[in-house]
Design a protein around this ligand. Sequence first.
Ligand SMILES: Nc1ncnc2c1ncn2[C@@H]1O[C@H](COP(=O)(O)OP(=O)(O)OP(=O)(O)O)[C@@H](O)[C@H]1O
Ligand SMILES: [Mg+2]
Length: 479
Amino acid sequence: MGHQTVWAEASPGGGNMPASILVVDDEVTLRYFLERSLRDQGYETLSAGTVADALDLVYTRQIDCALLDQHLPDGVGFDVLRALKEVDADLPIIVLTGYGSLDSVKTAFRYGVFDYLTKPPDLVELKRLVGQALQSVDMRRAVRRHQAAPSPPSADLVMGRNRTMREIVRLVQRVAVQSTNVLIQGESGTGKDVVANLVHRLSPRAERKFVAINCAAIPDHLLESELFGYEAGAFTGARRQKKGLIEEADKGTLFLDEIGAMRPDLQAKLLRVLESREFRRLGGTTDIRVDVRLVSATNRDLQAAVAAGEFREDLYWRLSVIPIHLPPLRERLEDIDLLIAKFISEFARLFGKEIHGVAPEALQALHSHHWPGNIRELRNVIERAAILCDGPELTTAHLPSDLMTSPPRPQVVGRSDSPQLPPTGLDLKSVVADLELDLIHQALERAGGNQTLAAQLLHISRDELRYRLKKYNKAQSEP
Ligand SMILES: Nc1ncnc2c1ncn2[C@@H]1O[C@H](COP(=O)(O)OP(=O)(O)OP(=O)(O)O)[C@@H](O)[C@H]1O
Ligand SMILES: [Mg+2]
């Protein structure tokens, strides 16, 4: 990519961009037929024969409408449908059905499908349905823009291309249907709340409550009564009976955020609930049965806490039947453009501004930052920039100054010039040495020959820099 401008949300039918239709069917001839018919009508098409290929497109491409077969070699059309709805809840989906069986069609409509088309598809019918579908999405998107309300955080998940992230979402899709406990770990701002929400929304419990509590934000003694509830007279001030959050979450999902902060005796009580599926309110004498799905999260290294004797090992294993480690943003930089575009759309809409992208220099700065606060930090930066921005593009003037001066992330060269391994292979050591020397020279040049500054630019000590220079000088002077 030569031109580094990120554009926010391309409008579907609007503007002069042709709408892009995704066709997912494992029958090659049918796919070909559908694609050709759609292209003849001026649409752009994307196609896939498997769930895996379809998901690749869903997470990386702009899609305005999708035609989905139900039976695919590696899964079912609904796997793709769920992903499509995650990316864009308004996206119209047309299900291709072989038998037109009433049951599957009913299920389809329950999942918010636009319509269905029986196979072999009739061209006139195809044209009509796609036309209507695109009109409907235009309308719904327009309505949304006018509402100018921030969408709930749960609707916000951007998956992107990052392999780890996509594996996580696939894992979530698979385990959501069971009631298995899920433990989400990751640095602050990596999206633990967002993923916890996703687990709930993709589960059969979605219609029941999602009850969340932050264990670190509540004093220990209150946490216990919040979780377990109490009977009248259980303690001074307990005038009447109160249900706890565990009970509130019955048949739904209980999200225990910052579980690492939970006091040991409460850990023991929680373990008992998980093992017996029963608990007592404080001051109560009867056991109450509950059916909760527990999702917990922490930015502490829980295994280390277990090793240090600060967290119960038996509880740890109970919680982490499905462990999820969210990658920090600096390890999923391939998704940063997508996230930026998403946040620009969000805030432009919210503030009623026409912001379409990021100027190349500002984008460069965003790419170079370390993002210790991860996605939350990125979102805040874009929010602030959108407030300050009065033109069509975010520029460096809209970015916080510390972002402009922060040392570049150790990304060696622009993506476009990433070195290619020649067919005959190469001498790794000498290539790396050349690159290193080249970067050292660049750093020295930029630092005006000042070795301390140059070392800072390279994130090494001055001694380390000297040592390397000496090594190369020596190598060069040797025969
Ligand atoms: N994949 C994502 N796509 C879009 N937005 C995201 C994504 N992940 C996180 N965010 C946004 O980033 C912000 C931080 O996410 P979240 O609150 O889930 O992080 P967290 O890991 O729970 O952080 P903490 O450890 O501080 O509780 C939120 O505004 C959320 O909407
Ligand atoms: Mg959180």
